[in-house]
Design a protein around this ligand. Structure first.
Ligand SMILES: [Zn+2]
Length: 647
């Protein structure tokens, strides 16, 4: 009863045709409560945690990390401008209409349009999460205030719906269709987004009403799912339901009400989890972005119950997707699905490769695994996805997002329209660039992990410590840390030595250390840190090829962490906006590459003046190559057909 022939966008098109148409009340609070995945909550001055398996390394509250100048901050600011541009009354329109409340606002379009079955997913879900995260990352009071206003109005809608806690922008009858296995898009997927948005408003902005709304919604979910037989519920799980399990776990973690854990487990999809628990890759044919959030739910379930099976599911899944089903960018999926056996990727390059939501969710899952075992390999992946798939899929001008990042050659990037797209990927993108502060640094009681090289400031009041990270990475091949300490503070600072580092060195207060660490590990600097202490790390980048696992003649070229893309002619604005992928215009022909069999990177040479700019040499036509994230308007090529000659 699933609709395997319908991707989301096909489903939307079909429908259109058929239709003819607090705990942290302010920034001064020292409360550690900041993120549903690290939910040590403060209650009456006591820290309460429901984690059976606490993370060994934990992130800092986002309000303790601030971005400095660089590509990440620019992406965050573009996201902020987009969030500020959305009028609350337009966001609320379909919720009010659905609840029988008056609204004269102009409806939004795209996936928020009044006839779209996913309406509400962004307006009452992602938008709230994004505002809450942006508030945590920047202290943006206006966004918090706008989001608080939305929560208050959602509360009125929920009260007016009189359906036992139900809250949505579409009628509850959608759930009758779901129960009867009649065609409906993804009602639980949408409910998850709204619950997660409200819970984020509670966690990051201290909005107590948002928690109350979430709990009432959970009560409705429990009432709907409770009477269903196990087999009936399993059939319902054939319709996309996203992170229902995750948000219910998080709600348990925040409230301590055991019942939510039991409801969460009703969303365990047996045919998906069983093979993963047995370490079997049966992912072929699955819709990618509906399944990654289920694994995040498994990770949460493991953390809250200690049941090892859920950890096995999460770790096996991550390994398999990252090593067998991901491209050089860290992205995964083609046409929203895994269409092939493991390791078969060379035939999958298309305009529909690598949906942005999938990168968002894989990065989110990675943080859980890193919390359990702080392994540099996990952050190597995180950096790869961050610098190649996430930076560069937000439009720096207006903060609009991409849906697919095409990996077929000769195409271009397409962005949504500000008020008339509002896709799933608009939603996850709005969240992503609002939480770029959440992974740069992790810590435990005795050590600091510097995971990502991003210009930023860390404030660690429990240690009386501040760390300024100064870098122009990735233009700069390394970073500098400058410490301010109230008193000399013993601490191990763990610096990630990335997989791509070609040697490297570290200096403390000008003196070079005699030792260094191998790639994909953490270099530990253990000492009493004093104000003015300065750590300079040099991480030389070099060219390296990233060949397809099943066809070594199809290769991407990388420089350090960066995927280099051939940059070709620019497209006009008409082609740049509006659709999930480039279409109605053929690709340009991209040359095959002739390379030396023994020196596979020798055909690429750095530009004499411009940093991070390269040129192909000895080819049939000139090609300039730059980091994929820097390309916004031009046609590009990531994977090349490489023919070899022996010198
Ligand atoms: Zn998406």
């Amino acid at each position: 009863m699933r609709f395997p022939d319908f991707s989301r966008r096909q489903f939307l098109t079909t429908l259109a045709t058929a239709a003819g148409s607090a705990f942290v009340p302010n920034f001064l609070s020292a409360s550690p409560l900041q993120d549903p995945v690290v939910d040590a909550t403060k209650k009456d001055g006591e820290t309460v945690s429901r984690e059976k398996v606490p993370w060994k390394a934990r992130p800092f509250p986002m309000k303790q990390v601030r971005l400095g100048d660089g590509p990440c901050k620019r992406a965050m600011e573009a996201d902020g401008r987009y969030l500020h541009s959305l009028p609350p009354d337009r966001l609320l329109h379909t919720f009010r209409i659905n609840a029988g409340l008056p609204s004269s606002a102009q409806p939004l379009g795209g996936w928020e349009a009044p006839d779209c079955e996913l309406r509400g997913h962004y307006a009452g879900g992602h938008y709230l999460s994004a505002c809450a995260l942006m508030y945590a990352s920047t202290g943006d009071e206006e966004l918090r205030s706008n989001a608080n206003a939305i929560v208050a109005e959602l509360g009125k809608c929920q009260a007016n719906l009189e359906a036992g806690g139900y809250l949505s922008a579409f009628p509850v009858e959608f759930f009758d269709r779901l129960r009867n296995r009649e065609r409906v898009w993804a009602p639980f997927y949408t409910i998850h987004k709204i619950m997660a948005g409200c819970l984020d408003m509670y966690v990051h902005c201290g909005n107590e009403q948002a928690l109350d709304i979430t709990e009432k919604m959970a009560g409705w979910v429990a009432g709907y799912t409770g009477p269903l037989s196990y087999d009936h519920m399993q059939r319902i799980l054939g319709t996309e339901f996203g992170g229902m399990g995750e948000v219910l776990c998080n709600l348990y973690a925040v409230t301590g009400r055991q019942h939510y854990l039991e409801v969460a487990q009703r969303f365990d999809k047996k045919v998906f989890f069983d093979p993963l628990a047995a370490h079997r890759d049966e992912l072929k044919g699955l819709h990618v972005n509906t399944h990654i959030p289920q694994v995040i739910a498994a990770a949460r379930y493991y953390e809250l119950t200690g049941e090892r099976r859920y950890r096995d599911i999460a770790e096996y899944f991550w390994d398999e997707v990252v090593s067998e089903r991901s491209y050089c960018t860290g992205g995964t999926s083609n046409g929203e699905s895994w269409n092939t056996d493991p390791g078969k990727l060379s035939t999958e390059l298309s305009t529909n490769t690598t949906e942005c939501c999938c990168a968002y969710n894989m990065m989110k899952l990675t943080r859980h695994l890193f919390g359990w075992t702080p392994d540099a390999r996990l952050m190597d992946y995180y950096e790869r996805a961050m610098f190649n798939h996430r930076l560069g899929t937000i439009n720096p001008e207006d903060g609009t997002m991409m849906y697919y990042l095409p990996l077929a050659s000769g195409y271009w990037k397409t962005f949504g329209k500000p008020f008339d797209s509002l896709w799933c990927c608009t939603g996850t993108g709005s969240e992503e660039y609002a939480k770029l502060t959440d992974t740069i640094y992790f810590h435990d009681d005795e050590s600091l992990y510097v995971n990502l090289y991003i210009d930023s400031d860390l404030n660690w009041p429990e240690k009386g410590l501040r760390v300024r990270q100064e870098t122009r990475f990735p233009e700069q091949q390394g970073t500098t840390l400058i410490v301010t300490a109230q008193t000399p503070t013993p601490l191990a600072i763990n610096l990630r030595i990335p997989y791509w580092a070609q040697g490297g060195s570290v200096r403390i207060n000008g003196a070079t250390l005699p030792a260094f660490s191998s790639p994909s590990s953490y270099l530990t600097l253990n000492r009493d840190w004093k104000t003015g202490d300065k750590v300079e790390i040099n991480l030389p980048m070099g060219l390296h090829v990233d060949p397809m696992p099943d066809d070594a003649t199809i290769q991407a070229m990388m420089y350090g962490p960066l995927v280099l893309a051939g940059r070709f002619e620019a497209v006009g604005k008409d082609l740049q906006y509006g659709d999930y992928e480039p279409k109605n215009h053929p690709p340009i022909k991209v040359p095959d590459i002739l390379a030396d069999a023994n020196r596979p990177t020798a055909w690429v040479e750095p530009d004499a003046k411009e940093s991070l700019t390269f040129h192909a040499t000895g080819q049939s036509q000139p090609v300039t190559m730059v980091p994929l994230y820097q390309i916004i308007r031009e046609r590009y090529a990531v994977y090349w057909k490489v023919n070899t000659k022996s010198a």
